[in-house]
Design a binder for this molecule. Structure first.
Ligand code: SF4
Length: 292
């Protein structure tokens, strides 16, 4: 069992980033300013089911179904306001929203938009774009919708399979990827395409949370609090494992904690993805301190 001398610390920084805070504020402000309107979010505003539940209490309806495209979901909306998520949205969907006579609020994170704008610049100059991201993730989907000259790479294998000619090639990435994965992928890409221009686009919130994990001293157990759908949360788990931490566990809340995992642990750290509400992180820490 746990030894009663356990040290429990929160990793700094962890949890909410500015993009998530801004998206949630936009959604709540939209409800405050439009108390009688129907309000829909096209996908999960941020990847955390607790946030989705909180918004549903304000009668803000999240339309999210992995089997149905955002275009199809949009067609089901007949009236009201549509909120686009923090991950970005395609211009086509924006245009269709206006065509349907609906109003929209765009909660796209500024860091996501910055990456999209860089990609658009290179496309204008005649480049093909290699985009390292997660297949099916809304941020990657929004980027891929920009042009068919953007090629998604989700793994080294994808990169090796790709066969592009010409010397106008640009490589960048989804904002929430792991910097360790990127380092390896960039090296391989440069070998295959020596003229490749590379721009790393991990956002500050993601990189600072990843870096904080690599600096942990004598960590026996790391809890990563977050939703399984959250890419940046998943990457914190990967980084923890690759940093040599003995045990790294993804939990959604304190109820997922199995006290057996604490056996023999002297130092336990808690971190969280950029979309994890502070209340969930605090509950995990309070629970662990009560049990230590
Ligand atoms: S993780 Fe980064 S890109 Fe995503 S919402 Fe937060 S700041 Fe924006």
């Amino acid at each position: 069992m746990y030894n009663g001398l356990m040290e429990i610390k929160k990793v700094v920084p962890s949890g909410y980033c500015k993009g998530v805070v801004n998206a949630i504020k936009l959604a709540k402000d939209t409800r405050r300013d439009n108390p009688d309107e129907k309000i829909y979010i096209l996908g999960m505003l941020v990847h955390n089911s607790y946030v989705t539940q909180e918004l549903s209490k304000l009668n803000i309806i999240t339309l999210d179904d992995t089997r149905t495209s955002k275009e199809e979901l949009l067609e089901t909306i007949k009236e009201g306001i549509v909120i686009f998520t923090a991950h970005g949205i395609s211009d086509r969907i924006k245009e269709r929203t206006v065509q349907k006579g609906l109003r929209y609020v765009d909660a796209s994170c500024v860091d996501v938009l910055k990456t999209q704008n860089i990609i658009k610049e290179y496309l204008l100059q005649g480049y093909d774009v290699l985009y390292f991201g997660k297949s099916g993730h809304p941020e990657a989907e929004a980027v891929l919708s920009i042009s068919d000259k953007i090629h998604l790479i989700s793994s080294e294998e994808d990169l090796k399979k790709l066969s592009l000619s010409g010397d106008k090639l640009f490589l960048t990435n989804q904002t929430t990827m792991s910097y360790l994965e990127l380092e390896d992928l960039f090296k391989i890409a440069k070998k295959i395409y020596p003229s490749l221009i590379i721009q790393e686009e991990i956002c500050n919130a993601t990189s600072s949370r990843q870096l904080a994990i690599t600096k942990l001293q004598d960590c026996d157990l790391l809890y990563v609090v977050g939703d399984v759908k959250s890419n940046n949360t998943g990457k914190l788990v990967d980084i923890g494992k690759k940093s040599g931490i003995k045990k790294v566990l993804l939990i959604q809340n304190y109820k997922d904690i199995d006290l057996k995992d604490l056996e023999g642990a002297d130092k336990v750290y808690v971190t969280a993805g950029a979309s994890t509400p502070p209340s969930l992180i605090n509950e995990v820490i309070e629970y662990l301190r009560a049990k230590a």
